[in-house]
Design a protein around this ligand. Structure first.
Ligand code: HEM
Length: 589
């Protein structure tokens, strides 16, 4: 067995100047660490900590109250029972005779942060510091481990969380694709679990998930997704966005908010039957809350929280801010649900997804084990609102950035659009087949960005054999989608922007099997159809209407994600749009 061993002992034992050896990246937690350091200094004395080592018994992080009675002391004590519970659970899973992991590794950064605190490293910390974009990328660290340990290995995220990591197309395909049922459980996202609590289609498991997934898919289809009505609805929003871009009259602007609002409006129409003006302040607050949530779960702090939520959750810190953002999204959803209740026509038809859910709830009123409950309604809709607001907008933004960076590609896209589309006609989904180069650029942008590089955690729903290993029921799985989209065995020089990899020798569009930004198997993104349609319509309409420019020379534009964690968040940039000399007035068909 290949075991990378590392143990850290004695938070209060001598570790001279350890703080000095911490990478500068760790200062990204300055604000949080200061708070934590304060708690440790005044309220807790850490006795000893151990990292889990492959076949050693799992050791506990023992905290001894130093000054009983202060809030963080009580909070840590309050965690005791859940710590014990999860310890037992994990110990059972990791019996060496049942799990023969190819390698067992530790993800240690979180403990290093804690160690830094205990060494008094924080005394001269700048409170105003915010998370820095140069923070180390969890995804790169974890995927990098595969160079030494192969495509399947276990990572210990803190003392009690053990995750089997799948790296590269083959491993992910074999697991999620070929053993779809066994790998179809949803794992933990510690940053969101407190809010969602296993409810709603994204976080549910078992029968609850099956029912919610089937219902949501059918409801979206009935509301016109994948049909002409749905396309018209999207085209109308695309046109509004084009008008808003026109309003900038060539001045540089950051397109993030407008793109997020436009894509959010599409999902708001489906969920609530409403579209909001881009100037609407409440709507802006909701969109910003979705952005704050994305940032919160993807930030370096969010990654540490995944490892140490059991310890960090009761303490003050950035997670309270994340909870506030989620609260804004959930409150908005609750308000919409309330309004729908007030004017629901029980004879149908449903005007939107909230109506459809309320009608289903009424139908199942007498069923004591129904999954169509208030909580599942709120949590399903809140997640859809979040996903619909943040994913497509971020991807279009990254595609636009690539076109600023590579003007020759922009030129070719615009030439193809001019050649293939009728003057004055808005692009429609039916045009996709005639626009292979444009489609290739869009796919390559999505591949390069790898919006969800870590994948979303899964669990195995039953004891599962995988590549000769026994994975007990409940084993957590991280299918690293970034490593699939950047698999060098499929995509030559995967870090380069090369739309040509999505074209065959005749210039026809081709999609490699490893193009899996939406994952695969039973949990494949439920919004894939919607996202694909939106991406195409927004991207083509913007390129048809404008030539894109940047106040910075292309060389000065960075393509590195601003934040890379659970999600890769594209960097901010300034865009200038000038009306294209063709297609002056665009009409929808
Ligand atoms: C570029 C856009 C998008 C990307 C790259 C994307 C990617 C993903 C990924 C990787 C997953 C996890 C799959 C897994 O567990 O293996 C997922 C799940 C999900 N996505 Fe998306 N997504 C996008 C847009 C959307 C949109 C627009 C919606 C809906 C409005 C949406 C709704 C969902 C839902 C509900 C799930 C959970 C499915 C389940 O657990 O059964 N996504 N998405």
């Amino acid at each position: 067995m290949n075991v990378a061993k590392l143990s850290i002992t004695g938070l209060t034992e001598s570790a001279p100047n350890l703080g000095d050896t911490l990478d500068s990246d760790y200062t990204t937690f300055q604000q949080y660490l200061l708070l934590m350091g304060h708690c440790l200094k005044h309220g807790l004395r850490a006795k000893k900590t151990f990292l889990v080592i492959a076949d050693d018994p799992i050791k506990t992080l023992q905290m001894e109250p130093h000054r009983p009675g202060i809030p963080c002391d009580m909070a840590v004590r309050g965690q005791d029972s859940s710590i014990k519970e999860s310890k037992t659970h994990v110990s059972q899973k990791l019996q060496p005779e049942t799990v023969e992991d190819p390698s067992i590794l530790e993800a240690v950064d979180g403990l290093r942060y804690l160690k830094g605190i205990a060494c008094g490293h924080l005394s001269d910390v700048n409170l105003a510091a915010t998370p820095s974009p140069s923070s180390k990328e969890w995804y790169l660290k974890v995927s990098g481990l595969s160079k030494k340990h192969g495509p399947v290995f276990t990572v210990h995220l803190g003392p009690w969380r053990h995750v089997v990591v799948l790296v590269g197309h083959k491993a992910v395909q074999e697991a999620l694709g070929e053993q779809a049922e066994g790998f179809s459980g949803r794992g933990i996202l510690a940053t969101l679990d407190q809010t969602f609590d296993g409810h709603g289609v994204f976080f549910a498991n078992g029968e609850r998930w099956k029912q919610l997934r089937k219902f949501t898919m059918l409801a979206l289809r009935d509301l016109g997704m994948g049909r002409r009505e749905g396309e018209e609805l999207m085209q109308a929003e695309v046109q509004r966005l084009v008008e808003a871009f026109q309003g900038t009259e060539g001045r540089p602007f950051d397109p993030s908010l407008l793109l997020a609002q436009a894509t959010s409006n599409i999902v708001c129409l489906l969920l609530f039957g409403l579209r909001f003006s881009y100037e609407d302040e409440e709507f802006q607050a909701v969109v910003r809350a979705a952005g704050g949530t994305l940032l919160g779960i993807s930030s370096p702090w969010g990654q540490t929280y995944e490892m140490f939520s059991w310890f960090l959750q009761p303490l003050p810190g950035p997670h309270t801010q994340l909870l506030r953002h989620l609260g804004t999204l959930a409150a908005f959803t609750a308000q919409q649900v309330q309004q729908h209740r007030g004017n629901l026509d029980t004879s149908g038809p449903a005007r939107d997804l909230v109506d459809a859910f309320l009608l289903k709830m009424a139908q199942e009123e007498q069923n004591p084990s129904t999954e169509f409950t208030e909580k599942n309604l709120l949590m399903t809709v809140t997640y859809l609102l979040f996903a619909g607001t943040m994913t497509v907008g971020a991807t279009v933004r990254y595609a636009l950035l690539l076109l600023l960076k590579y003007p020759e590609v922009q030129k070719k896209v615009r030439e193809e659009l001019t050649r293939e589309l009728q003057a004055g006609q808005a692009p429609s989904l039916g045009d996709r087949a005639r626009l292979p180069y444009t489609d290739a650029v869009l796919h390559e942008a999505q591949r390069l960005l790898a919006l969800v590089p870590m994948g979303i955690p899964h669990v195995v729903t039953r004891t599962t054999q995988f590549r000769g290993y026994t994975l007990p029921q409940g084993t957590e799985i991280f299918p690293l989608l970034g490593s699939v989209l950047h698999d060098p065995e499929v995509f030559e020089q995967p870090g380069e922007f090369n739309p040509g990899r999505f074209l065959d020798a005749e210039g026809r569009f081709k999609k490699p099997e490893a193009f899996l930004p939406y994952s695969l198997g039973k949990r494949i993104c439920l919004g894939e159809g919607l996202a694909r349609a939106e991406l195409f319509l927004f991207f083509t309409a913007i390129l048809q209407a404008f030539s894109l420019d940047s106040p910075c020379p292309p060389d000065a534009l960075s393509l590195q994600p601003a934040v890379s964690g659970l999600f890769n968040i594209p960097p901010a940039f300034q865009l200038q749009v000038r009306p294209a000399d063709h297609h002056p007035a665009v009409q929808t068909r």
